[in-house]
Design a protein around this ligand. Sequence first.
Ligand code: GNR
Ligand code: NI
Length: 167
Amino acid sequence: MALLPILHYPDPRLHKVAVPVTRIDDKIRKLIKDMADTMYAAPGIGLAATQVDVHLRVIVIDVSETRDQLQVLINPEIISAEGEKECEEGCLSVPGIYEKVTRAEKIKVSALDGDGRSRIIETDGLLAVCIQHEMDHLVGRVFVEKLSQLKQKRIAAKLHKQQRQAM
Ligand code: GNR
Ligand code: NI
């Protein structure tokens, strides 16, 4: 088992844009395994490759209570989105910060699974929120950047304080 270090906001590498995977080879399979281990250990319900400083369109998710329903999304694309919903979000790259974010309520997404089979996911609820949160990471966006400037300033101050106390 290999745990990967997770980048912490405001690390500029969190703003890199990931590129599509062209071939699912042993290197990608190892990345998926290590990302899943890292997500479960954190613990988190999702992890985007961007967060472990790998800039490829790879996401792992497990929103199950039993933590045994791993979903791998490679090269995900939103086909359609409808409605709006507010949900309190957190992020492994922004530890200790939880804020309400508005997302699409229902989404339809195409992606490849870990074996390279293409699949269509139609979902709402927590899985829809999580997929949108992870897909934002792949284009260099962190959830706090969707908040008001005032909230972002308060979060930056809180993170500075946390960092000082950790030293
Ligand atoms: O573990 C996580 N929980 C979470 C809760 C609400 C909305 C989104 C998430 S994703 C987050 C893990 C993470 O940072 N993924 O990028
Ligand atoms: Ni996140």
